[in-house]
Design a protein around this ligand. Structure first.
Ligand SMILES: Cc1cc2nc3c(=O)[nH]c(=O)nc-3n(C[C@H](O)[C@H](O)[C@H](O)COP(=O)(O)OP(=O)(O)OC[C@H]3O[C@@H](n4cnc5c(N)ncnc54)[C@H](O)[C@@H]3O)c2cc1C
Length: 299
């Protein structure tokens, strides 16, 4: 098999497939490496993506793959990229075998780390969630909890009010700014100060268990996860990072260029605000920018 391509893309979810599509339509040789762990795989359905609203995440990915594989110069390789080095025009990737590429697009997404509270991981994507734009509509008007995972003011307190007014705030041992305490009181939102020691889901009855012995029933629980790049390739390459509310993300410019010439990034990996459609838009931009770089140089 020919392992020399114009552009290699690491990650074949929303960002990587959209990037690949641009390059394949420009008739360039493109390979997408993907290990099939899309970030939304824990949810039953993905929402807010034009034309695919409500589809299971695996089906969304399958449709994107089918679009890409309709082009003869595109390949998808189900391998983990473990190493990536080189410079603009001559990158080498290790993904089972060795591959060579002139430009590289990093689209391998982020890995979520939840607080070590028993039950949270099991509920992630079904009733423990992060983004009301993704799943808030389906949980509208339900008894909803907000779990503070850091001392940062919980922006969900204000944000969620367009989805439900039946809210409860779990400070989880973190101090609550006075201004937010006043807001919560004015809006009739109960505030629980004690640490959360477990969350439980027994056949749809969901309970937040507190260190002071209280147990509070909620249908849905929102939190802000910690996230880190799902592999260390940006660090291997020396890409610059920026700080975001969930942790560091790869710095890019308007054309998705990282600080390393010839290396582009797209999707959750390089943005503080997550979303499948945002990731796909980044990918389309990265794909066309990488194509321009093949023709004009990176500038
Ligand atoms: C529970 C949950 C539900 C969500 N629901 C929604 C929703 O309803 N609507 C919405 O818009 N957004 C939703 N999101 C956010 C959405 O999942 C992300 O914004 C989106 O998946 C980001 O796409 P991406 O292409 O950047 O990366 P990802 O989807 O994270 O995909 C990265 C891909 O790269 C692969 N990969 C990683 N490392 C390597 C490597 N070294 N080599 C090869 N492959 C690699 C992974 O296997 C994965 O397939 C949800 C997120 C979560 C956590």
């Amino acid at each position: 098999m020919d392992r020399q391509v114009d552009v290699a893309i690491v990650g074949g979810s929303f960002a990587g497939l959209a990037a690949g599509l641009m390059l394949a339509r420009a008739r360039r040789r493109v390979v997408v490496f993907d290990t099939g762990q899309t970030r939304n795989r824990f949810a039953q359905a993905g929402h807010g993506f034009l034309g695919m609203d409500g589809l299971p995440p695996a089906e969304m990915q399958r449709r994107g793959q089918a679009d890409l594989l309709a082009y003869p110069t595109a390949r998808i390789v189900p391998q983990h990229v473990t190493e990536l080095h080189g410079a603009q025009g001559a990158f080498t990737l290790t993904a089972g075998a060795t591959w060579e590429a002139k430009q590289v697009i990093l689209a391998h997404g982020m890995r979520d780390t939840l607080p070590a509270i028993p039950g949270l991981t099991e509920g992630w994507g079904t009733w423990v969630m992060q983004c009301p734009y993704c799943h808030g509509y389906e949980a509208a008007d339900q008894p909803t909890g907000i779990l503070m995972t850091t001392p940062a003011p919980p922006h969900h307190l204000t944000l969620l009010r367009d989805w439900t007014t039946d809210l409860a705030l779990f400070c989880n041992g973190h101090p609550l700014p006075e201004e937010l305490r006043t807001k919560a009181r004015d809006w009739g939102i109960p505030v629980y100060e004690a640490s959360v020691v477990a969350v439980q889901d027994q056949a749809g009855t969901r309970v937040i268990c507190l260190a002071d012995g209280q147990q509070v029933q909620r249908k849905v629980l929102y939190l802000v996860s910690r996230a880190e790049p799902s592999c260390d390739l940006p660090t291997q390459l020396g890409c610059a990072f920026e700080d975001g509310p969930s942790g560091p993300f790869v710095q890019v410019d308007m054309m998705q260029r990282t600080s390393v010439p010839g290396v582009f990034a797209a999707g959750d990996l390089c943005r503080p605000m997550y979303g499948a459609l945002f990731a796909a838009a980044d990918g389309a931009r990265a794909g066309s920018a990488a194509h321009h770089a093949l023709l004009f140089g990176q500038g």
